[in-house]
Design a binder for this molecule. Structure first.
Ligand code: NAD
Length: 330
């Protein structure tokens, strides 16, 4: 099987190269992202393998189909960047539904604790022997209320972490999990009662701008918000208004509405033209990271393993357990 990998970085090769050889796959690593202008590079390959900021729209599906590409292998759990309906009956879309939910949940709590306890500022201060504590006061999370939006794999890992912190945990999910020892409430009640809100639902037409001017107005003053899910869950303009108004204790964003083309790249020598991103960087209580919640050794290894297992299953006519069908999108 010949597979064209897109948006690859040196760290992708660490696991994919040796594992791909074991399967006998012929892998070509492209550094360029996958979009309309690079889709032609898929010619002659059986599958393309893409990452979170690549995308495949209906027109690209048609082109891939005409090139006899059989599968789109996603190196991710989320599939909002692929027109799954257009792919139905033409090309298989296979994802990695779970690799390390703990990696993302642990990172979400890392972001929360950073903006709460200002370790990023303390690090810089003490390196210059500025041992002043002024401006670095945080709050205890112990006995505070955490609201978890989406109680799938990552949400559940986050619930375990919040329980470990001694927090009261609320959750919202349209499909509550009866096995979880958590208080399910409406999304509105969650926004109203939580001191800490962590987003762990997928991006869909329903969840787009779940955090908006109305929901922000319902939140407690001094609320901590973290988004490790997908950027468009938050209306960035409304978030900036809320930050300016002093609504938030702290905000952690591992994902950003307009991250495509910016995240994962070194833009340090360029003029930042995204004014919202530039504005967000100016708030002392906002931490932005470059979509790296997944980035642990365990998760990367698991992503490589499951992605290549998906390809192997396709090649050998085995059940496609990680197929994303049109029933997955509303
Ligand atoms: P999952 O499928 O296990 O869980 C998602 C949960 O969200 C499900 O329980 C589902 O019922 C729920 N949900 C669906 N619609 C909802 C709504 N309207 N409101 C609230 N909940 C809703 O997925 P997961 O593995 O836990 O991943 C969650 C998200 O995390 C993914 O969709 C992906 O976008 C993101 N993610 C980010 C990173 C990262 O590196 N930052 C890594 C992996 C996944």
């Amino acid at each position: 099987m010949k597979i064209a990998f897109f948006s690859t970085k040196p760290y992708d090769r660490i696991w994919f190269e040796p594992m791909g050889k074991e399967y006998g796959f012929e892998i070509r690593f492209y550094e360029v992202p996958f979009h309309e202008e690079t889709v032609s590079l898929a010619k002659g390959f059986d599958a393309v393998c893409i990452f979170v900021n690549d995308y495949v729209n209906a027109e690209m599906i048609k082109q891939l189909y005409d090139m006899h590409v059989k599968a789109i292998l996603l190196r991710s759990a989320g599939f909002n960047h692929v027109d799954v309906k257009a792919a139905e009956d033409k090309i298989q879309v296979l994802r990695v539904p779970s690799y390390s939910p703990e990696a993302v949940a642990e990172f979400a709590m890392t972001m929360l604790m950073t903006v709460n306890r200002y370790t990023h500022k303390a690090y810089n201060r003490t390196r210059e022997f500025n041992m002043s504590l002024h401006g670095l006061m945080g709050v205890d999370f112990y006995r505070k209320t955490a609201g978890i939006v989406g109680t799938g794999k990552i949400g559940q890992a986050m619930i375990r972490i919040c329980n470990g912190f001694g927090m009261e945990v609320l959750a919202y999910d349209p499909y509550p999990n009866k096995d979880l020892d958590v208080e399910y409430v409406s999304v509105q009640e969650l926004m109203e009662r939580s001191n800490v809100i962590s987003l762990h639902c997928p991006l869909t037409s329903e969840t787009k701008h779940l955090v908006n001017a109305d929901t922000i107005a319902k939140m407690k003053d001094g609320v901590y918000l973290v988004n490790t899910s997908r950027g468009a869950l938050i209306d960035t303009d409304a978030l900036i208004d809320g930050l300016v108004a002093g609504k938030f204790g702290g905000v952690g964003l591992d994902v950003y509405e307009e991250e495509e083309g910016i995240f994962y790249e070194d833009k340090s020598n360029e003029i930042m033209r995204d004014e919202n991103l530039a504005r967000l960087m100016t708030f002392p209580n906002v931490l932005i990271t470059s979509h790296m919640g997944f980035f642990t050794r365990e998760a990367m290894q698991a992503i490589a393993k499951v992605t290549l297992e998906n390809a192997y299953a396709l090649e050998n006519g085995l059940p496609l357990v990680n197929r994303v069908g049109s029933e997955a999108v509303k």
